[in-house]
Design a protein around this ligand. Structure first.
Ligand SMILES: C[S@@+](CC[C@H](N)C(=O)[O-])C[C@H]1O[C@@H](n2cnc3c(N)ncnc32)[C@H](O)[C@@H]1O
Length: 213
């Protein structure tokens, strides 16, 4: 059985507030989302998987870069808010919202996995086991990005740094880029070694891997 924070822990948070982390309002979150989106190495992705989507702020951004997005959360109330947020204009096209947990099997055919503030709700053995089971099913060249708060939260099984470290040690994942400040760590990983953005878009002079100086 997976060791993780209980669903009722999050249900209680959403019962107390519709957006417990103020994801739609805080400058901290808007900036973190902008960094996360800017780090993605491709202009477009076929199918993104975003477990722990909460009220859908990042889901909405992903929907503009991805043909399809499968976004999940354990909290039904959060998914209802996400549904409302995405139901304007054409933003819902291609987005599937599901109530499920990160440790259940991931959707097939995914070329982008976004673990944003969700990995540390599992304990270390469980997170390792999920990544070891699911990452080998991702296609070669797929992207996984992991963004996590670095300050300790007593209730959470892991810190953001511990979470990132577990992701980084997943067999088959290669670190492509890393952003770090006092608050957040964001690791960008590829499944297998992949060309740099400049090399893959054929910018003259870009070699892969970069030549040593
Ligand atoms: C801090 S919010 C993160 C929202 C969004 N990913 C972001 O970065 O802004 C964490 C969300 O993860 C959900 N969550 C917690 N444990 C989960 C799990 N095991 N599987 C999927 N979602 C989970 C919570 O219900 C909550 O909505």
């Amino acid at each position: 059985m997976t060791g993780r924070l209980s669903d009722s822990y999050f249900d209680d948070m959403y019962a107390a507030s519709p957006d417990p982390w103020q994801l739609a309002e805080r400058w901290y979150e808007a900036r973190k989302y902008a960094i996360t989106m800017a780090m993605l190495p491709r202009r477009r992705f076929r199918h993104a998987f975003e477990p722990g989507c909460s009220v859908g702020v990042l889901t909405e951004m992903l929907s503009q870069r991805c043909d399809r997005v499968t976004a999940t959360d354990v909290a039904r109330v959060a998914l209802e808010s996400a549904r409302k947020r995405l139901s304007h204009g054409d933003r819902f096209d291609g987005v599937t919202l599901l109530q499920s947990s990160l440790d259940t099997p991931w959707p097939a055919d995914v070329d982008l996995v976004v673990l944003s503030e969700v990995g540390y709700y599992l304990d270390a053995p469980s997170l390792r086991a999920v990544l070891a089971r699911e990452c080998p099913r991702l296609p070669r060249g797929a992207t996984l990005i992991a963004a996590h708060w670095r300050h300790r939260v007593d209730d959470y099984p892991l810190t953001g740094d511990e979470t990132t470290d577990i992701v980084a040690h997943t067999p088959g994942l290669h670190l492509q880029a890393r952003y770090l400040d006092d608050d957040v760590v964001i690791g960008l990983f590829s499944v297998g070694a992949t060309p740099s953005v400049a090399a893959s878009t054929e910018i003259p002079g870009a070699f892969n891997p970069p030549e040593d100086h």
